[in-house]
Design a protein around this ligand. Structure first.
Ligand code: CUA
Length: 328
């Protein structure tokens, strides 16, 4: 017989087994609860169904060689029960998980943005304030952080188990993730797509610092030229400013204040000016000619690294934005 002590010993032993990583983001606790519910429902019905099977096996076993069971022509009550109950359970799971999904994948408007580039076989990260990191990401505690991610080569996957977030990182496209860290500490970062020989080495750490420590970390960093300024240098170096004149009198559209707004293409289609449109316009400008302008923009395919394109995007975002006005 187990004594009080024995049970407690077992309990603390169980707690020592790392069944799951710590829950360290605002969404992690609820995602765990959803998984507990799914596991509990699965366990409950597995046990229920197998118990009934064994019970019936014994109860309705064949007792003699020529025994013939009576015909059964259905039971309305039973059929309604096994239709309505599982349907209700599915609706509960659907409503909860989709509301959780929507919250988990829509960054709050006040998020701090950090840029991620995956490449064989490392993570390059850059903060808008300028600092760059490789396989390490420093973030402030209790602040929503939005990651804007792309790949320089093949498909990678950005995964921080303790934050319960994961998303693929694709070449030629931007995906985003967000999280709000709820506990200071160091958490594992993984690549979850088999991206080549050294895929297992594509791992890193996320350091969650108190807002004060984070500000100190930012200040101590050598590369403190903001991303938009780096983008502005590229913009001028490649003479983009010759055509994209701020007052709109150039041969290309003015880029001031256009980020996030819809732009009319020559085809009549309206497309929001986002990271993807800028990426496409740089690589295949003829595929997105802007209404009212001659399609004379040359392609810059292969001329920029993904990090430089992100800096250009940061610059275009900053044009006409409030932050920029404050920075000047
Ligand atoms: Cu990148 Cu696996």
């Amino acid at each position: 017989m187990m004594t009080q002590w024995g049970w407690q010993g077992l309990g603390s032993l169980a707690a020592m087994i790392p069944l799951q990583p710590p829950a360290a983001s605002s969404i992690a606790g609820e995602i765990d609860q959803l998984y507990y519910l799914l596991t509990a429902i699965t366990l409950f019905f597995t046990v229920l169904i197998f118990s009934i099977i064994f019970y019936f096996m014994v109860k309705y076993r064949r007792r003699s060689k020529d025994e013939k069971p009576p015909d059964i022509h259905g039971s309305l009550v039973l059929e309604l029960a096994w239709t309505i109950i599982p349907s209700l359970i599915c609706v509960v799971i659907f409503v909860w998980s989709s509301s959780l999904y929507i919250r988990a994948y829509h960054p709050p408007a006040n998020s701090t943005e950090i840029f991620v580039v995956g490449k064989q076989w490392m993570w390059h990260l850059q903060h808008p304030e300028g600092p760059r990191e490789i396989n390490e990401l420093h973030v402030p505690l209790g602040v929503p952080v939005k990651l804007t991610m792309t790949s320089q080569d093949v498909i990678h996957g950005f995964y921080v188990p303790s934050f319960r977030i994961k998303k693929d990182v694709l070449p030629g496209r931007y995906t985003s993730l967000w999280f709000e860290a709820t506990e200071a500490g160091t958490y594992h970062l993984f690549c979850t797509e088999f991206c080549g020989t050294n895929h297992p080495e594509m791992i890193g750490w996320v350091y969650v610092l108190s807002p004060r420590d984070y500000a100190a970390w930012l200040a101590s960093n050598e590369n403190s030229e903001p991303m938009w300024q780096q983008g502005e240098r590229i913009f001028n170096h490649y003479t983009c400013n010759y055509c994209h004149v701020p007052d709109g009198s150039g041969r290309g559209p003015s880029l001031v204040g256009i980020f996030g707004k819809p732009e009319k293409l020559a085809s009549g289609e309206m497309r929001p000016v986002d990271e993807d449109l800028i990426h496409q316009a740089l690589n295949e400008p003829n595929s997105v000619p802007v209404a009212g302008y001659a399609p004379i923009m040359p392609t810059f395919k292969g001329q920029f690294t993904e990090e430089q394109i992100l800096q250009l995007i940061a610059y275009i975002k900053s044009l006409g934005s409030q932050e920029r006005a404050n920075a000047k």
